[in-house]
Design a protein around this ligand. Sequence first.
Ligand SMILES: [Zn+2]
Length: 253
Amino acid sequence: MNINAEGIVLRQRKIAGNRRMIVLFTKQYGKLSAGTSINERGRSKAALALRPFTYAEYDIFKGREAYNINSATVLCSYYSIGEDINRYMTAASFLEYLEKVLDEEMAMPALFNLSLDFLKSVSQTKGSAETLLYAFIVKSLRMLGVMPEMNCCVNCGKELEAINEPRSFSVSSGGIICEDCAQIERQGGSSLIYKPSFSIIDVFKYFESKPLATFEKVDLKPEDARTVRGILSNYTERYLDVNVLGITKGSEE
Ligand SMILES: [Zn+2]
């Protein structure tokens, strides 16, 4: 059976017989691994569609046990990502994140569309591509069913959004917590409690509610970026078993 899918390449490696195994994130079928004889270094149009940071349409044969990419056509190439080291590193982390959080053959069209937005924004960002990655990850958390609780204390249920009480973010509890609960957790030896100097609720809601393109021109203050990075590193490691941001353990306090 032949299937047709729009997708992006997450990863590829050489396999026997001068062939490659390509891991695709497709809009219609989710993540799937397919073999191919097309060589990405070749000059054919299909070869261009196997390069990194390319959105393409793939013509795939679905056999009983494996997939094979017969041909491919480029729909859009975000080649300028490869021309800047920051963009490139950020986009590489993004691909690694996607590969780890996606299940095989489970379609996630909203996350796919968000991924295309991400590639487009990274290819034309004027700010730090990192803010785009933070915003992408926060947006993806709800799609993946692991959005932290950001309205009331995740431990005792106290409403925290409206009042000006200082609040902390607890990675182990999975959201914001009030000061009483933060003290209890600290006494219990938890080291994954962050108490940002800015409103973490506002930052998360800002990331979640605005289109990704908004963050092409946004840079967080370096110390705020560090905190957001620490929270997202430890949070994704705990709930999605992936950490592409590189900070482990250790809170700001
Ligand atoms: Zn509480």
